[in-house]
Ligand binder design. Structure first.
Ligand code: ZN
Length: 254
């Protein structure tokens, strides 16, 4: 209801008498990820590093074996973020395997690595990725027993017997173990970073192409990123497609 309501508002704003698929997709993004901030003047420098940052996530995600498919890459600021890469699983997922999580860590590192290699500096925008990756690695080590050295033991028991919301972490292990946990978390993150560096270095030409296309089109969908990766990309086709779409929305009442 919320999505369709938003879609109707978008259609009305564009002077349409009915809701198109395009309005509905835009409404989905708005409800899920926050409002597009076109008014926010993103400087050329921010645009440039965001394009490389997001291409980094996308390309690592497209190269690793166990990532969910890339749905969309965008450098239009929305909500709190300057850009985004959306991965949408093919089916509803209730759990993830260790291999998939390891790949996900590499994908999270991809943005930061790309900035480092292509922009020569790292923005604070990578902070969310790092905290997300660290949290994920910590869960793999402490809750899901996914490392050899620490074994299948739950180290962080989240206790919330009070019923007042946020539980406290009770530490039920030695300082020695604490050190090992830090080491394993660090290890997972270092490995992920290395993997991201390898993939991005090996795909430099595709990184440049995807970033340039993001700077031109601002949004690339699934079909576009796949074409960029397999070498069949034709920017003319995309330009024409967008033009036809705009034209269709203007002239054909749905
Ligand atoms: Zn990122």
């Amino acid at each position: 209801m919320n999505i369709l309501n938003e879609a109707a508002l978008l259609a009305a704003r564009k002077g349409r008498g009915a809701v198109t698929g395009h309005d509905t997709l835009e409404a989905c993004d708005k409800v899920r990820y926050g409002k597009e901030r076109k008014s926010l003047e993103m400087g050329e420098k921010d645009k440039f590093h965001t394009a490389y940052h997001e291409s980094g996530h996308a390309i690592v995600g497209l190269v690793v074996d166990h990532a969910d498919p890339v749905e969309k890459v965008t450098i239009i600021p929305r909500g709190m973020s300057l850009g985004a890469t959306y991965f949408v699983p093919e089916t509803n997922r209730l759990s993830y395997w260790r291999k998939e999580l390891i790949d996900r860590l590499a994908v999270l590192m991809g943005g930061r690595v790309a900035e480092d290699i292509f922009v020569g500096d790292i923005s604070s925008g990578a902070q969310m990725d790092i905290s997300q990756a660290t949290e994920l690695a910590r869960s793999m080590v402490c809750q899901w027993g996914m490392t050899e050295s620490l074994g299948p033991v739950a180290y962080d028991e989240r206790t919330d017997s009070t019923g007042y919301g946020a539980g406290q972490n009770s530490k039920n292990y030695s300082d020695e173990t604490a050190k090992n946990i830090d080491k394993e978390v660090r290890n997972l993150l270092d490995q992920a970073n290395k993997e991201a560096v390898k993939i991005i270095t090996e795909n430099k030409d595709k990184m440049v192409l995807m970033s340039e296309m993001l700077l031109e089109f601002e949004v690339l969908d699934k079909e576009d990123v796949v074409a960029i990766m397999d070498g069949s990309w034709d920017p003319e086709y995309k330009r024409k497609k967008l033009k036809d779409l705009t034209e269709a929305h203007r002239t054909m009442p749905p």
